[in-house]
Each structure stands twice: as structure tokens, then as C-alpha cells.
Write a protein that binds this ligand. Sequence first.
Ligand code: UTP
Length: 288
Amino acid sequence: MKPIRTAVFPVAGLGTRFLPATKVVPKEMLPIVDKPLIQYAVDEAIEAGIEHMVFVTGRGKDIIEDHFDIAYELQDTMKARGKDLSILHDTRLKPGKSSFTRQQEPLGLGHAIWCARDIVGDDPFAILLPDEFMHGSPGCMKQMVDAYEKLGGNLVCALEIPMEKTSSYGVIDPGKRDGVITEVKGLVEKPAPGTAPSNLILPGRYILQPEVMKILETQEAGAGGEIQLTDAMAQMIGRQAFHGVTFEGRRFDCGSKAGYLEANLALALDREDMRDRVRDMAVSLLNE
Ligand code: UTP
């Protein structure tokens, strides 16, 4: 079984739900407390043993590349002022271990992944959607890689949500369940209300075999007029092993404003240096 060495981060979306904040600043650079969403996703991949990070970007997303580079002026100035530089250590990716390619038009998640096909090559790979913030220890991708080492094939993260919210997501048609592993019998993107095969959705973490790129090559637009990754994955079921992994941790939908605020509050309350102040602040706001 080939190990998972490459992760793809699709970051070419327009982020319209966060306008005007995302007119110039990419959604993936919005911080949860003091670290941008994209860096949490990269840290999650590194923790899972992944070595090569592939970013599928678009116009206006260049600062993501800068974020993972050395910032000489900033470092020199901080050094001269006697400031601690360790906070910047994790922002530098290993030389030669990152790639940036552009999705010229935002034609959908499936199309964004297909744009990484030449870099991914013939190996299985991971996909992490940075606006889905998965908070856990070990992280979500590490839990998935552990499952992959036992099962091989294709894996998606599976998350239970209230049935009435399923029409906004890719949804699993589940087979047998064994602990955190669920057999995937089918997948449907954004099912019409009342038609979802379950309340198990795809919250944006995948381990896929490279054959999905061949399918994406000819994949037609699906839900919302976009080329959907879910539709391409659905065609792999039956040909290759396909399982869902239930993540043991907390998921925050940071593509939505409420989910983003919730993640900021939850992480601030987790931090020793902020907890008391933020709790007092929240209580006082609620009592206003
Ligand atoms: P979203 O559905 O959240 O879309 O994409 P979006 O454009 O980022 O945000 P809104 O809905 O306009 O506010 C889910 C993920 O897929 C990527 C996004 O960057 C995000 O990580 N994506 C989506 C692409 O890379 N390309 C696309 O064409 C669409």
C-alpha cells in the first residue's frame, strides 16, 4: 500500500459569504484567534506525516504563498527588537515541499482538485478544505491516515449533522458500520430536502486514489452548476474500497460566519492566556 505523502488544499473559492472581508484577503487567511485557517490545515497534514503541500489557488491568493515563506524584513526587525521568533517557525514549509497551481476559473471543488493532477501524479493523496476547521488530538487527517493504513482504498471523513441541514452538503449512503468506520455505498451532493440517504455528511477531509483524477477529467457540472468532487468519488464506489471515518474531535464550519465565530470563541476559551478574560467578556455580553 502506497503511503499518503501529498495533500491538496483547494483555496481558489471566492469566499462570497465573508464579503466584504474577503474582497482582498483570502478566506483561508482569516485567523482563528491568531493563526490563519490555512495554517491549521497544513499543521494537520504535517501531523499526519504528509510531506508535500499542494495549494490550488486563484487570483488574489498570492499572500498564501507568502505566508509559508521566510519574511526577512519582519524577522530582522523582530530580532533587532529582541522579540521571540519561534512563533513564526511553523509558517515556513520545507524547501521544495510545496507547490502552487492556479484554478483559473472557480468551476467547483472537483475542478480545483483536477487542477492538481500533474503534481499529484500516480499516488494516493489527501485533500483538506481549510474552511472546515477540524479541532482534535490527534488531528482529523492523522485519524484518517491511521484508518487508511488498515483499510487502504478511499476514505472520507464522515460527520453526523441534523437531517434538515443535509441539503447543503455531500451526503453518504451508508452500509455496515464498525466503530468509527462506515462502509460507503453511495454519495450524493446537496440532496433535495427530504431525499438525503442519511445524516452523514462529508466535512472536507478525503484520502483518494489517483484514479479520481481520470474521472474528474470528464466530470460534468452537477449541483449548483459546479464540477463536484462528490460526483466523481461516487463513480469510484464498487470499483475500489470506499469508507467513511467518523472524526473524534470538534468540527467548525468556518465557511459560515456563525461557525467561524464559534471556532474563535472555542479556541480562545481553550487557551490558558485568554480563557478567563474571554469567559467574563462573553458572560457580560450575554447579560447586557
Ligand atoms: P465553498 O463552497 O466554501 O466556496 O468551497 P467558497 O467560494 O470558498 O465560499 P462561498 O460559498 O462563496 O462563501 C469549499 C472549498 O472549495 C474551494 C474553496 O476555496 C473552499 O476551500 N473551492 C471551491 C475551490 O478551490 N474552487 C472552486 O471552484 C470552488
